[in-house]
Design a protein around this ligand. Structure first.
Ligand code: NAD
Length: 478
């Protein structure tokens, strides 16, 4: 990274920040400084909003073909720089380079580019109902605020559909993981995104984030992060009556029914959960299992956790890196201690450092059993490698426990009978349910019920968040 990291990308240029505040980006694996960014002021954010407003009339009038070509060009540049993008992610938030940061984190953007390009190819921007025409038009200037856990993918699932829809935008990534976003700005520039269409301003949530949320010239603010910050964004946005979409936290349940193949289900569930050090909003952090099988489940879960190689994210065999930053590290450790204090039973892991890890924000893969749903570790999002196993007495009991959460982001059901799994899925109050470990679907909508959010990202539903809808009455000849 060069000195661009201390500049902002505004109106097609790398520009000097208004303020002299700086922030050091720390590699969580080594605790070494890997970059320095400028923290923007309200003026910086306003400059970027002005650029996005100025670019909107021309960009919103580009043709479907022009936007398709732009998405294609972004995909070509990204493919060329994929390893670099994954490297930035790994160094800023600690995901293992070869197994997660490049092939999953960075490559997820190629997946979104493919899905949104396919959608755009055939998308019906208007429909006729009798003499009325209903038109979908780009919503306008968008403000994007993103977190550190999937830093490329969370930017991609906002920026790509916004570009496809004809919107212009200002992005404020997390100050803990800004390096990949800076690289994305370079990629958009190289791919020919017109000046002012995409702008990047680094900074704090309370300055740049609040300016994006509250500014009258921003038509939509799309936020991904914690529920508390999402509430603040909504409050800041309310006086200007803009559209707000929120992708927030989760405490998702994985219901393992009594006819599931326990050994493989528990193994895959533990591995899936620990990917990205448990820092995935949709991760199923509550594993619900039949009480009569609790001991077996614990043994399978412990065996799975013991197979996870915790270590240097740049080493080939590393399965799990550190947690992403110091603040998260201390939150995770204090939640593990809370679990112990509240009487949950440690199956493996704990507050001690993993062996051979003197430096870095490393946490052992930690699994608690005999967790009851009223314990803090079952109610609050931990956002680290800490899995809770909760016993249930009947299928009905399992569904009740799963739904007894203020969150409603995701869930999973495993059963030997697909019909049984479908029936349970239909009763879960969450935005997504994965049955029997099915592969992710990037064209399916992603978002939450309850305090997990408002609106949807990904696929057609994600694209449609970026439209206003106009009814033109009497448009068609009767
Ligand atoms: P965070 O809420 O602290 O920060 C997220 C972003 O919001 C950052 O860019 C931050 O600077 C900004 N921000 C913070 N306070 C703000 C404010 N008052 N106004 C405007 N912007 C503000 O979250 P985090 O710690 O970066 O990320 C972890 C959280 O994100 C977890 O709770 C996780 O579940 C959630 N998350 C949700 C999803 C999803 O799609 N539902 C995806 C990833 C992460």
């Amino acid at each position: 990274m060069d000195s661009k990291t201390e500049q902002f990308y505004i109106d097609g240029h790398w520009t000097e920040p208004h303020s002299d505040k700086r922030f050091e980006v720390i590699n969580p694996a080594t605790e070494a400084v890997v970059g320095k960014i400028a923290l923007g002021s309200q003026e910086d954010a306003e400059r970027a909003i002005l650029a996005a407003s100025g670019a909107f009339p021309a960009y919103s009038n580009t043709t479907r073909q022009q936007r398709l070509e732009l998405l294609g060009s972004i995909a070509s540049v990204l493919k060329k720089r994929l390893a670099e993008a994954g490297g930035a992610v790994s160094s800023e938030m600690g995901a293992p380079l070869k197994s997660v940061a490049i092939p999953i984190q960075a490559a997820s953007m190629l997946g979104h580019l493919k899905v949104f390009s396919e959608l755009l190819k055939n998308y019906e921007f208007h429909e006729d109902r009798g003499t009325t025409r209903i038109v979908r038009e780009p919503i306008g200037v968008c403000g994007f605020i993103t977190p550190w856990n999937w830093p490329i993918q969370q930017v991609a699932c906002k920026v790509i559909p916004a570009l496809a829809a004809g919107c212009t935008m200002v992005l404020k990534p997390s100050k803990f993981a800004p390096l990949s976003a800076i690289l994305l700005a370079e990629i958009f520039d190289e791919a020919g995104v017109p000046a002012g269409v995409f702008n990047l301003v680094n900074g704090d949530g309370s300055t740049v984030g609040t300016t994006l949320a509250s500014h009258p010239d921003v038509d939509l603010v799309s936020f991904t992060g914690s529920t508390g910050a999402g509430v603040s964004v909504s409050q800041a946005a309310a006086p200007t009556v803009k559209k707000v979409t929120l992708e927030l936290g989760g405490k998702s349940a994985n219901i393992v029914l009594d006819d599931a193949d326990l050994e493989s289900v528990v193994f895959n569930s533990v591995m899936g959960f620990m990917l990205n050090s448990g820092q995935t909003c949709a991760a199923t952090s509550r594993m619900l299992v039949p009480r009569a099988r609790l001991k077996e489940v614990e043994a399978f879960a412990r065996a799975a956790a013991e197979k996870i190689v915790v270590g240097d994210p740049s080493a080939e065999d590393t399965g799990m890196g550190p947690v992403a930053n110091e603040a998260q590290y201390s939150t995770v450790l204090s939640m593990i201690q809370t679990g112990i204090d509240e009487g949950a039973r440690l199956v493996c892991g704990g507050v001690e450092r993993p062996e051979d890890r003197e430096l870095g924000y490393y946490v052992k893969p930690t699994i608690f059993s005999d967790v009851s749903n009223d314990m803090t570790i079952a109610r609050e999002e931990i956002f680290g490698p800490v899995l809770c196993i909760l016993p249930y007495d009947s299928e009905e009991d399992a569904i009740e426990i799963a739904n007894d959460s203020e969150y409603g982001l995701a869930g999973a059901v495993f059963s030997g009978s697909l019909q049984r799994a479908q029936e349970v899925a239909s009763r879960l109050r969450t935005g997504m349910v994965i049955l029997n470990g099915a592969q992710p679907d990037m064209s399916a909508p992603f978002g939450g019920y309850k305090k997990s959010g408002i609106g949807r990202e990904w696929g057609r539903h994600g694209l449609e968040e970026f439209f206003e809808i106009k009814s033109i009455i009497g448009h068609n000849v009767p």
